[in-house]
Ligand binder design. Structure first.
Ligand SMILES: N[C@@H](CCC(=O)N[C@@H](CS)C(=O)NCC(=O)O)C(=O)O
Length: 228
């Protein structure tokens, strides 16, 4: 009998989407367990991820795997089904490089743009940096449907925040970042990713995202005000 698979995540989590979509692409059934993060980290989370105490965590039988990109690689290796990383070592290394680039150089900037107060001018440095890095990512699509080629792979999964969460953040902040004029390949890619049946099944609903992150933004700005 195969071991049970569970994903420990939280409501509308960008990182939690990654293991979910990887499992769906592989056709592996799983149970989703949602943590009430800001209020009460559960015993299971603290036991399974004592180092970072973050979701997502993948539970495979009696083993736990932490960190969303590591989990996606684990899923690729532990389960049969369509590959999520290329077979060639150089291409695998390149995919890992761009997946890390997304977490280190892309996501933090659009998150800051959304959370910062003020108009586009006030968000100047974040906006400039976000655009430089998005342009580098745009270059990686090179006419392909997905970063992984014809099908979704590690880099697409790493970039999935751009296909749904960013739109909610644009809505909240009033800043249009991923425009068709400036980033035509990424713009088209975001539509293709969000339109994929397996991704669609585990992408959060836009209204829920907007309401969750409007509340997060208010809290963030109130804290920034106190620190002034
Ligand atoms: N690098 C981690 C980031 C995970 C992360 O930031 N998770 C958030 C939820 S989306 C979390 O658990 N936050 C709880 C906290 O910050 O205490 C990954 O890729 O898994």
């Amino acid at each position: 009998m195969s071991k049970p698979v569970k994903v420990l995540s939280t409501f509308c989590s960008l990182y939690g989407h990654r293991p979910e979509v990887a499992l769906r692409l592989k056709g592996i059934p799983y149970e989703l367990l949602l943590e009430d993060l800001p209020n009460n980290k559960g015993e299971l989370l603290l036991t399974c991820n004592p180092v970072h105490k973050l979701v997502p965590v993948l539970l495979h039988g009696d083993r736990s795997i932490c960190e969303s990109l590591t989990i996606v690689e684990y899923i690729d290796e532990a389960f049969k089904g369509p590959p999520l990383l290329p077979a060639d070592p150089y291409e695998r290394a390149t995919a890992r490089f761009w997946a890390q680039f997304i977490d280190q150089k892309v996501r933090p900037f659009w998150m800051s743009i959304c959370m910062a107060d003020g108009d586009e001018e006030g968000k100047g440095d974040f906006l400039k940096e976000a655009k430089v890095n998005l342009l580098l990512l745009e270059g990686q699509l090179k006419g392909k449907r997905f970063f992984g080629g014809d099908s979704i792979g590690l880099v697409d999964i790493a970039a999935s925040g751009l296909a749904r969460w960013l739109q909610a953040f644009e809505d909240i902040s009033g800043v249009d970042l991923l425009t068709n004029e400036e980033f035509p390949a990424l713009h088209r890619w975001a539509k293709a990713y969000a339109g994929d049946e397996r991704a669609k099944e585990c992408l959060p609903n836009m209204d829920e995202l907007v309401s969750k992150f409007t509340a997060v933004r208010k809290k963030f700005q109130a804290m920034a005000e106190v620190q002034k």
